[in-house]
Design a protein around this ligand. Structure first.
Ligand code: NAP
Length: 298
């Protein structure tokens, strides 16, 4: 049996083992996906084991997406661009770092919203996932404003995106007045913070007493619960919004394809994720599936 692993800390909450093991089974591969909680300082030793034991690859999550790069043999342009690795492919001991978050985000965003070729967008947060979002949106020609708690982190990200060719990039502090001032004209709001994630489902990055921008589409990267507080706030105001379940699924499918060279069994993966998230009636709508009942019952 071949082993594919998730490297991170913490990893217990992850849906990746459920999604990937369903995919391996569907593809009739004798592979097993296992989440490994890695202590700080043990990342290099785990990668050495991957080389020695011939594991086909790995996913990388918090807090190693940036730290893993120097330990790899090659960085694919997808990861170089974002300075974040979420997938490793083991080519006979030669470890290559990729990033499937960017394509996962853009594919799912485009499945729900017609991305215009210009316009102001607002990104909440400036961490690893915000990087993928920012490079994806900048690549489409959108202007970016980050509202983020750590100004240094936001400025570094803004500078990287500017160097990548983005025209108009601004950063603002995480304070109510900036949510008010920056948002009225914006066409897209993306939450790239963990606010609202299980078990803190009553939290939202958006102040409760402040209207969301009326013409914006809202994308919440948080996927558990399937309908986050932010998505509820948007729907209550008649604003279109989705959570990040579709992105999670697509980045997982792209990782599967990198490891196996096969087309990912997306419907099987979607069904496994739907079950894991609970049979929420919101899930099918969030994942953009008109026939969600059939999918969930698969
Ligand atoms: P990260 O690198 O730790 O970054 C988190 C960002 O959120 C940072 O900017 C952080 O600010 C900010 N933040 C955290 N708590 C906050 C708070 N209470 N108030 C304001 N800002 C806060 O994490 P990440 O990898 O970017 O992930 C962010 C979220 O996206 C997570 O919920 C993750 O599950 C989700 N995600 C979803 C997918 C998907 O496929 N749907 C993929 C990747 C990530 P500081 O820098 O000040 O800490």
């Amino acid at each position: 049996m071949k082993k594919v692993v998730l490297l991170g800390a913490p990893v217990a909450h992850s849906f990746s083992p459920t999604i990937q093991n369903a995919a391996f089974k569907e593809a009739d591969l004798d592979w097993r996906y296992q989440a490994l909680e890695i202590a700080p300082g043990n990342l290099g030793a785990t990668l050495a084991r991957m080389r020695e034991e011939g594991w086909p690859g790995a996913n990388v999550t918090i807090p190693f997406k940036e730290a893993v790069s120097p330990l790899l043999d090659e960085i694919d342009p997808s990861a170089d661009r974002t300075s974040a690795v979420n997938t490793i492919v083991n080519n006979n001991g030669h470890l290559v770092g990729h990033n499937t978050d960017l394509r996962g985000f853009m594919t799912d965003l485009k499945a729900h919203w017609q991305v215009p070729s210009a316009g102001p967008s607002l990104i909440l947060g400036a961490g690893g996932a915000a990087r993928a979002v920012a490079f994806g949106l900048a690549g489409e020609g959108l202007d970016l404003t980050f509202i983020a708690r750590s100004s240094g982190r936001a400025e570094r990200l803004a500078e990287d995106v500017r160097r990548g060719g983005a025209a108009d990039v601004a950063t603002l502090p995480w304070a109510r007045e900036f949510f008010v001032n920056s948002s009225s004209q914006c066409i897209l709001v993306v939450n790239a913070t963990p606010l609202g994630m299980m078990p803190n489902i009553r939290k939202s990055p958006w102040p409760d007493d402040l209207p969301l921008p009326p013409d914006a589409f809202v994308y919440d990267l948080v996927y558990s619960p399937p309908e986050t507080r932010l998505v509820q706030q948007a729907h209550q105001s008649g604003i279109e919004a989705v959570s990040g379940a579709g992105m999670l699924l697509e980045q997982a499918a792209l990782s599967f394809e990198l490891w196996t060279g096969q087309t990912a069994p997306r419907e099987r993966m979607r069904a496994a994720l739907g079950k894991a998230l609970g049979r929420s009636s919101a899930w099918g709508k969030l994942a953009g599936q008109p026939n969600r009942r059939e999918v969930l019952d698969a």
